[in-house]
Design a protein around this ligand. Sequence first.
Ligand code: SDX
Length: 428
Amino acid sequence: MSETARIILNGQEYELPVIEGSEGEKAIDISKLRGMTGYITLDSGFKNTGSTKSAITFLDGEKGILRYRGYPIEQLAEKASFLEVAYLLMYGELPNADQLSYFTDSITHHTLVHEDMRRFFEAFPTDAHPMGILSSMISSLSTFYPESQNPNRPFKDIELTIHRLIAKLPTLAAQAYKNNLGHPLTYPDNKLSYTENFLNMMFGLPSNDYTIDPIVNDALNKLLILHADHEQNCSASTVRIVGSSQANLYSSISAGIAALWGPLHGGANQAVIEMLETIREDGSGLQTWVDKAKDKTDSFRLMGFGHRVYKNFDPRAKIIKKAADDVLAALGVNDPVLDIAKELEEVALKDEYFVARGLYPNVDFYSGIIYRALGIPTEMFTVMFAIGRLPGWIAQWKEMIENGDPIGRPRQIYTGANARDYVPVENR
Ligand code: SDX
């Protein structure tokens, strides 16, 4: 006998179905609630509300579990390549050798962007934030491929758009960085792997013999995998709701980039480093800052701490923290900010305020420290998050289309003025 939920409204009892997911998660299906009762539900920030059913990523916030299509993140981060994980997220299974070869080859040969796009870079201020550039550039790709705007294209044709996005995002990101520096562009090199190619476009110069450090390349591969998807987070939900209007995939991803930019979301990795540097320069000691974060009259929050879902630990933060130690040791980098980060974690995790609220380091707390060690500039940290998250966003968009999800249109409870008549300006 399947489980149901009963509610009593104005003395009348209603029964709602309960659904259960493959990992035992349960939800009350309220899709017919308004028709049955005239009531809707209210859940600001969707803290208790599921927006969809999904088979892509499973996470358990209490147990610190994160799996992509059933594979534990710990195994994928250690053993897989980023393109393998991208394929897994978007197509549901790890690719066999032929599938991986085709996927890799297709992406490798779509890394160039139309030369006309270079004019866009010239129009941006030289100190333009790369996330603003990236969101604009990705959206403008839809104008270079107008056929991608047809929502009814057979899915195999949309696959080309998917490959173009995975291929071109790193190119556009590196070009935004070079544009910011006023350096000449380094074009994609088809002989290099996905991550090697990105590093070469970022740091290679016509005049220098930039060599790719395998330690840096391996760390980048791991970081991209750790950021690849995270179920219905803010930016993934943005991609889904934009795509649900049948806007094209480029526009949906552009919106996801914009949502990720916020310091409460992906922008936190930049905000963490800026916070740690402020704490270091301020010199008043960590406890001062921990106390500020606890003070409700102070808007300061410990960036990189807390999470909507993880209330014990973020499994990605654990992996990145260890990788930070390994990479800095291997590169011989001594970053005082890492020491401050570790001290801050220790101080905060002994503090009842943080423990009581389940506020632990999240994925963004240590990632900036590795990015610094890899030579990535602070303003590019959230761009790195976007490159990692792109296959997850695409997988979420693809699942939404394949499941035939309806256009997203939440309801509201109106709290404004009741009906009233217009008053001419002379009488106001
Ligand atoms: C990401 O959703 C995802 O999956 C996101 C992500 C992904 O992979 O896509 O994991 C990536 O966005 C990670 C989060 C990065 N953001 C930050 O590090 C910014 C700092 N953290 C917070 O702003 C906050 O913790 C959030 C936004 C992450 C979560 O906010 P919630 O779930 O809305 O929780 P809340 O704001 O209701 O906080 C609950 C309590 C409040 O105190 P009380 O009202 O109960 O007294 O905890 C407090 C908050 O004031 N709190 C913090 C805090 N975070 C929450 N207090 C101090 N410092 C913090 N960082």
